[in-house]
Design a protein around this ligand. Structure first.
Ligand code: NDP
Ligand code: DGY
Length: 321
């Protein structure tokens, strides 16, 4: 059997080699997010689809592919772009890329926290605007992290990696989630399980690491933002819609929280213009996993998931397992 494998956007060569070892690989030549009709056209006849975070993979895509489709391998740990139920009903395996990107994403989340609390974006903009400046005792003062509390929403793989970094910076950790983590993990991180409300009330920095689900959509809304201390900052490297972006822009504008650092946006790739006008905001374009090593590891894992399923051996990292 010659498998037809459709990859919706270019991926590292190591992953393509893995895929070519089992079938005929078609990489969509547009190399941009495809419109629905383009995606439907591209996947026709596919046995496997390698998808990106910006591809909406739903029943219509699967129907367009045809009944031979066996597996959709999302090159991301988050899979809110995939209608998992629709695919399960058709007996199609869905896979993601957990673990291999946890350190890179945690590095970025912590980098954003430092950028915000030490005003690095503002400082850079000042120099690039060629504004005259001089060192003085109260010039561009930020806030230190030592002794402050980091509130982690979702102490999973990335949340734990962020907490680990925060401990090295002398921070206290609180966390919330649907369940408590293993007591050994709590002990190793010195992490205290609290309600979302308590976390918001107490934290000096809130870092979001939960998946986007119906339960987490707008988890950080007007009410949540009002609970946060006026000196607190928010870091979002999870998914944009976990935060009500309009409420966030209002809260930042009236300084009811001190700042926000965002890697993800509610209507990606659009960034709310109000946010861009605010000095107490750091924005980067969904760079969480964006290192050469990590992107290669993600793509190779996705490719191995495809080859595993097509060979009948099963996926390495199936969703829902
Ligand atoms: P994990 O599954 O390891 O961790 C997710 C955590 O969220 C778990 O601790 C889970 O715990 C918790 N969670 C689930 N539902 C809720 C809820 N309703 N409220 C609070 N917490 C909840 O995933 P990862 O750490 O690997 O990834 C997390 C997310 O980060 C991904 O889903 C993705 O959206 C995002 N991400 C973004 C990247 C970027 O480039 N910016 C890169 C990689 C990931 P429990 O269910 O027990 O509560
Ligand atoms: C993910 O993996 O969910 C990211 O958003 C892309 O790395």
């Amino acid at each position: 059997m010659q498998w037809r494998i459709v990859v919706t956007r270019s991926i590292p060569e190591a992953a393509l080699e893995e895929l070519r070892s089992v079938g005929e690989v078609h990489v969509c030549e547009q190399d941009r997010p495809l419109r629905a009709e383009e995606l439907h056209e591209a996947v026709r006849g596919a046995h496997a689809i390698v998808s990106m975070v910006h591809d909406r993979i739903d029943g219509a895509v699967v129907d367009a592919a045809g009944p031979q489709l066996r597996v959709v391998a999302n090159v991301a740990v988050g899979y809110d772009n995939v209608d998992v139920d629709a695919l399960a009903q058709r007996d199609i395996a869905v896979t993601n890329t957990p673990g291999v990107l946890a350190d890179a994403t945690a590095d970025l989340a912590f980098g954003l926290l430092l950028m915000l609390t030490r005003r690095l974006g503002e400082g850079e903009r000042l120099l690039r605007s060629r504004t005259p400046w001089s060192w003085h005792m109260s010039f561009m003062l930020g806030t230190g992290l030592q002794g402050k509390t980091l509130g982690v929403v979702g102490l999973g793989r990335i949340g734990q990696a962020v907490a680990h970094r925060a401990r090295a910076f002398g921070m206290e950790i609180t966390y919330t989630g649907r369940n408590r983590v293993d007591p050994d993990v709590e002990t190793a991180l010195g992490a205290r399980y609290v309600s979302l409300e308590q976390l918001l009330d107490e934290a000096d920095a809130v870092s979001l690491h939960c998946p986007l689900t119906e339960a987490t959509r707008h988890l950080v809304d007007e009410t949540a933002l009002e609970r946060m201390k006026s000196s607190a900052v928010l870091v979002n490297t999870s998914r944009g819609p976990v935060v009500d972006e309009q409420a966030l822009a209002r809260a930042l504008g009236r300084r009811s929280i001190a700042g926000a650092a965002l890697d993800v946006f509610e209507h990606e790739p659009t960034v709310q213009p109000d946010l861009l006008d605010l000095d107490n905001v750091v924005v980067v374009p969904h760079l969480g996993s964006a290192t050469t090593e990590t992107r290669t590891a993600m793509a190779v894992l996705a490719a191995r998931n495809v080859t595993g399923v097509l060979a009948g051996a099963g996926a390495h990292t199936p969703i829902g397992a």
